[in-house]
Design a protein. Sequence first.
Length: 544
Amino acid sequence: MNGEQGRIPGGLGRRGFLGAAAAAGAGAAGVAATGCDSAAERNGDRARPSRRADAARRAEEAERARPGHADWRIRSVGPPDAIEGYADRVSVEPGEEVGLHVSTTAPAFRVSAYRIGWYGGAQARLVWRSGRVDGTKQGAPRFLDTTRTVRADWDRSLRVRTRNWPAGAYLLRLDASNGHQRYVPLIVRSRQARGRTLLMHAPATWQAYNTWGGYSLYQGQDGAYGTRSLAVSFDRPYAGSGAEKFLVYERAAVVLAERLGLPLAYTTGVDVHLDPGVLKGASAVVSLGHDEYWTPQQRQYVTRARDEGTNLAFLGANTCFRRIRLEPGPGGAPARTVVCYKTAYRDDPYLVNRRDLVTTDFRQPPAPDPESSLTGVLYEGYPTDAPYVVLDSGHWLFAGTGVDDGDSFDHLVGVEYDRVTPGDPTPAPLRIIAHSPLVCRGRHSHSDSAYYTVASGAGVFASGTMRWVEALMAGTRENGRDHGMDARTGAFVTRTTENLLRAFAAGPCGRNKPRPKDNVRAVYGPGTRNRPESGTGAVERASA
């Protein structure tokens, strides 16, 4: 095996594009947003950027100016065992080493590391490529009866050194000599995010839905909820292409943020749980399109960041819904197991002495703490498909979109949705800026986009729909599915998200933008209590 060193082949391939609306704005958007240094300006005085910050900015600009490689996409997945693998870490800092555990029926394979970004429309750059690695068909997975956990526990196939890899979201593509391919996602995380917009990826949610080996936190090998795993392991490949959740719910937001030229930082929810220091001084934290599974510690740290002036953006729905624990994996490796008993929480061994860490929905006993106190909205149901309806077209988030009150965008609300729920913990003042009628399992309700600010000046936005990030590429079929959303919807969501990211990069949004006027009573009526049924549609649903 000789997969530890490699060189990047020269030349540019055919470039892909984000979509007509995004491409049209690429030139202007490529200029860094004004006020991007302003995390150091919390007291209103401009601080001279440090030499280190200048060097980091120059490095970012140089990285974004590099040519991309449009051949990053998978051409052939092949049979399930053609080639598949997993990394022994969900993230590394630049320069650290990660082990890859690969099984293949092919005689050999190579690994190509692609960093996701704009790159002139190519959307990825080849940063590293391994040499030829001998292929091996690895053994059957291990099954842990107590929690119905599947672990591959394969031998390590190669070590990858991330020397000179810029922080970012990466897809490691496994290329088997038989022509088949799979991804292994990896986040090269930032050491700190002061003055930056921090993209917070959601590997715990990726793993919760992962059915590799026949089990996930939703179903067992027979497809039944009652035989589901109570704990799932990172020590196994992801099913399908190897990176479905990242590709569908996160990639488009990364591409857009990189295209805007904002000062960015990268991390994961797992890493925030382990070390919240990365949140210190961040201009904004962005939770991406499907970020359902949080530890109480992660929630506590993100809430504290908000209360210290960091803006928060929740671009999906169903965010911070499940309370989880992260436990070690083989050999004691930290945070390699996602524990979530859900409705079987009475079997959770923490019920006796650590009730606050029992793994059920945040809103449920024995320690109810609805997510709306952080997000401003509550998850209500699945599945739905409905138009997104603008309520407050004059809000600054919609500037330049050309919308009027009542304008709608077909299919943008789905497949899961959130709403404001008076009577549950909800920050105030809170402004509902989109209020979208829908029907979910025969029940009439609404999805809400909402914005609020807190005393620190931090602004918080929640889209209220899981399709927000998917819509960034609507009309292009870039993700392979667009739910019927068209280019008009893509242009609207793209411009709104650009407004959001630029404003949030400029520091505490409550100081730089108008304070929201609370309209919850006007929308839902005085004294209205619209508490959703606990876990509506969320317990026995299939992977969304």
